[in-house]
Design a protein around this ligand. Structure first.
Ligand SMILES: Nc1ncnc2c1ncn2[C@@H]1O[C@H](COP(=O)(O)OP(=O)(O)OP(=O)(O)O)[C@@H](O)[C@H]1O
Ligand SMILES: [Mg+2]
Length: 271
């Protein structure tokens, strides 16, 4: 599934332009991360990918079709959006009901729904919580409930809006596994995140937003090599990347093993 943005603009009623001319092409199944400071326009951007928000200028094309030609309910079958705040999404009395709601709306068979509830509860770590009220879940479990509810619909594109926010380390491991699984199924996963360690570990393409525009877009290593531009967008690379840059290593490293490797190589080179 291909999402194409052409000079996309969005101005909220009575506000300035939250998006100010975004051109982007999202395609294939390589996970994409969107980063940038608070208020950069990340949430506004992704809410255009299934019509929750409509362009006030420019165009959004999904597989070549103008987003305005269909309703958000129709687009949500193929492009799922997991809200930044779970309380904006959850409204039923149990995790199971949250999982079953979307698929029922699109006419999935009872048998398929039952099968998917079990496998997706296992994937998001909520097998034992299916009959619990979402309000009684921990913040991390709530987030995974919203993720599960969206994946239940089997969309081709899944958008996560800050899924790592306030999450513990085991939550990040579970999330990495979900992203990996979606990629293996050929789905495109687009994730907004402030957690640079999580971004460098799990995403091959990174898009940096700044003041409603795309400042950088490329392979993760290339993007984190642009130190001056990143500083301008108030994005801080992960600690290991900064240490390596501070030490004057030529290569942009994104992990501790890569750092050790790069040091060894420079030593060999000199020696
Ligand atoms: N419903 C709204 N009405 C008016 N202005 C809004 C609305 N939602 C967002 N904005 C404004 O649009 C701009 C972009 O906001 P957006 O929520 O897209 O940023 P973001 O990059 O997702 O930020 P964060 O990292 O804090 O989630 C900000 O200036 C924000 O104040
Ligand atoms: Mg946001």
């Amino acid at each position: 599934m291909k999402i194409e943005l052409q000079a996309l603009e969005h101005a909220y009623p009575g506000g300035d332009k939250a998006l100010d001319g975004v051109d982007l092409m999202l395609d294939g199944n390589e996970p994409v991360a969107i980063i940038g400071q608070n208020g950069a326009g990340k949430t506004t951007l992704v809410k255009h990918f299934n019509g929750i928000l409509r362009p006030t200028g420019g165009k959004v094309l999904i597989d070549g079709i103008d987003v305005n030609e269909r309703s958000t309910a129709e687009w949500s079958r193929s492009v799922g959006y997991v809200f930044q705040n779970p309380d904006d999404q959850l409204f039923l009395e149990s995790v199971r009901k949250e999982f079953e709601f979307g698929p029922r709306q699109i006419g999935m068979s009872d048998q398929d729904i039952a099968h998917r509830v079990d496998s997706i509860a296992e994937l998001v770590g909520l097998t034992k919580k299916l009959d619990v009220h979402p309000f009684d879940l921990t913040p991390t479990e709530k987030k995974f409930c919203t993720i599960g509810a969206v994946i239940m619909m089997d969309p081709s594109v899944v958008i996560f809006d800050e899924p790592t926010c306030g999450q513990d380390a085991s939550g990040n491991v579970c999330l990495a596994r979900i992203i990996e699984r979606l990629k293996a199924q050929g789905k495109l996963c687009i994730t907004i995140s402030h957690d640079m360690k999580f971004v460098t570990a799990n995403f091959s393409r990174v898009i940096v937003m700044y003041h409603g525009r795309v400042l950088l877009d490329g392979q993760t290593r290339e993007v984190f090599a642009q130190t001056d531009t990143l500083r301008r967008s108030f994005v801080t690379p992960p600690p290991v990347t900064r240490v390596a840059q501070g030490a004057g290593l030529k290569e942009t490293v994104l992990s501790v093993p890569a750092f050790i490797n790069a040091i060894a190589q420079e030593r060999n080179h000199r020696g």
